[in-house]
Structures are given as C-alpha cells and as structure tokens.
Design a protein around this ligand. Structure first.
Ligand code: TA6
Length: 265
C-alpha cells in the first residue's frame, strides 16, 4: 500500500491509507512517534505504532469483535492531499455493517506544520441515534521510559483495567506497567521523557489513556523487546464520555502534538 508523505519546514510524517494511520513523524529533528520495528503490515491487520484510530469502540469488545473497533483495519479514501496536509474518509460498507450496523461517515485531516494536527469528524448517516467511543491511540517515542511522566491529569478519575477507580495524585509515572483511562481530562497534557517534552492538546476529547505494559509485552509478537521504546498517551471519548449522536448530526474533535524546547543543559 503506498504511503502518504507530508513535509513541512519543521519535519515529516508518513500516513497509511489503512486506518488513516499516521505511522511515524519527526518534528524539529527528533522522532515524535514510535513505529514498532516488528510492526505487521499485512492488509487488514492493526499496525503497531504511530497513531491508530480506535472507533467505534475502545479496547476489548464484550462479544469478541475486533479490539478497538474496525476503523484502523479499513482502507480509507484519500480526498485531498497537499505537501503538508491530507484529508481521508471512511464510510460504512458491508464489512463495517457486519460488525456495527450503522450508516456513518468518518473524516480525518492530518496537517503538519510546527505541530502535527488531527481533526476527526463523525457524521451519523443513520435514521436513529448512534453511540460510539473512540481514541487517537498515539505511541510516542521514549528514550527514558522509566523516568517518563505525564503531567496534567492530577485529580482526574483514574480507571485501571482491574476496575479500580481512584483520583490520580500528581503526575502519572511510567516507572511501572500502566493501562489506565482518565476521565474528564483537561485540554492540555505534557509528556516528559528525559530532557524532551511533548505537548498534547485536545479539543472535545474528554478522556485520556496512558499505556505501557512493561516486560509482559515481550510475549506480544509486534512489540517484543522493544516495549521500553514507547509511551502511549491517547485522547478520545471513552466510557462515560462515549458520544451519542442524533441522526444527521456531526461530532468534531481535534488533537495537536508539538515538541517543547529540550530542557537539556
Ligand atoms: O490503550 C491501551 C489499550 O487499550 C491496552 O489495554 C492494550 O492492550 C492496547 O490498547 C493495545 O491494543 P491492541 O489491540 O492494539 O493490541
């Protein structure tokens, strides 16, 4: 599948029409995102790394349907492309209707300038309301995983997969394995990795997720020994923040990723 390459004075990014997935990106001479060296590019399979889009559900499905929905496994249509921007769309089709019986249209615009910008739209083309969750599941390149911090989530309700819910206290530390969803997250988060800081700004995305499974990921074919190389900090609307959209309505949200100047002396 041929990839879409974006360039700007500040960097470059590659996007796959499968899933409208940003695979990798570099800003100001430094990798922003992590793409697994063990990623499997078999068409229809989820690619490990970059920014997969999870839709219309997040995480495992109670009836065993594909985890994180189908949007990341579908081939999207490129609507418009310039040197620094691409707009892609996905409409319901026989495969999506077999998994989720609704008429919809998704649009994702990716723009690269001094930041990497995502604008996501969901249009309900059904005659009835639809309900969905989604996330931009960003894998950030990490150089010092165990010393990494995510700032901005202090006080947010933190839900672990083990169903423990409690308010987050202070910064989220990546010293141990983590898989947590944060509710009512603020617009701006910061990922601090050694001397590097990434600013993650979101509009109309009320949930945040922080994930790195630690050494357990050595058993995962497309992660293996590479697990210390990334931190997932995701934005979207999940769980209590799931979106209900009336017939004919459109939901729009956006996310902006940029690098703050290095604090290295
Ligand atoms: O975002 C965290 C998470 O939901 C984890 O629970 C995790 O296993 C994962 O995403 C990766 O899912 P995937 O289906 O891409 O292997």
């Amino acid at each position: 599948m041929s990839l879409i390459e974006l360039v700007s004075a500040h960097g470059r990014a590659r996007i796959s029409p499968q899933g409208a997935q940003v695979l990798d990106a570099e800003l100001d001479g430094r990798p922003l995102l992590w793409l697994s060296p063990l990623a499997d590019f078999t068409p229809g399979k989820a690619v490990r790394g970059g920014v997969p889009l999870c839709f219309p559900w997040f995480g495992k499905h109670p009836q065993g349907l594909p985890a994180h929905g189908f949007a990341r496994n579908q081939r999207w249509t490129v609507l418009e492309q310039s040197a620094s921007q691409v707009r892609l769309a996905l409409e319901d089709n026989a495969e999506t209707r077999a998994l989720w019986p609704h008429a919809f249209r998704l649009e994702l615009t990716v723009q690269l300038d001094q930041a990497l910008d995502f604008t996501f739209r969901v249009e309900n083309r059904d005659a009835l309301p639809i309900q969905f969750s989604y996330a931009l599941h960003s894998y950030f390149a990490a150089t010092d995983l165990h010393g990494s911090l995510v700032q901005g989530l202090d006080g947010c309700l933190r839900r672990e997969l083990a169903h423990v819910t409690m308010p987050q206290q202070g910064a989220v530390r990546l010293a141990d394995p983590i898989d947590a969803v944060f509710e009512l997250a603020p617009a701006a988060l910061q990922l601090q990795d050694g001397a590097h800081q990434v600013l993650i700004e979101a509009e109309s995305m009320r949930s945040a997720v922080v994930w790195n499974p630690g050494p357990a990921a050595e058993a995962v074919a497309d992660i293996g020994v590479h697990w210390p190389e990334y931190v997932c900090v995701e934005r979207g609307n999940i769980g209590a923040a799931a979106i209900t959209l009336a017939a004919g309505e459109t939901h729009q949200a956006s996310m902006r990723l940029s690098q703050l100047p290095s604090t290295a002396k």
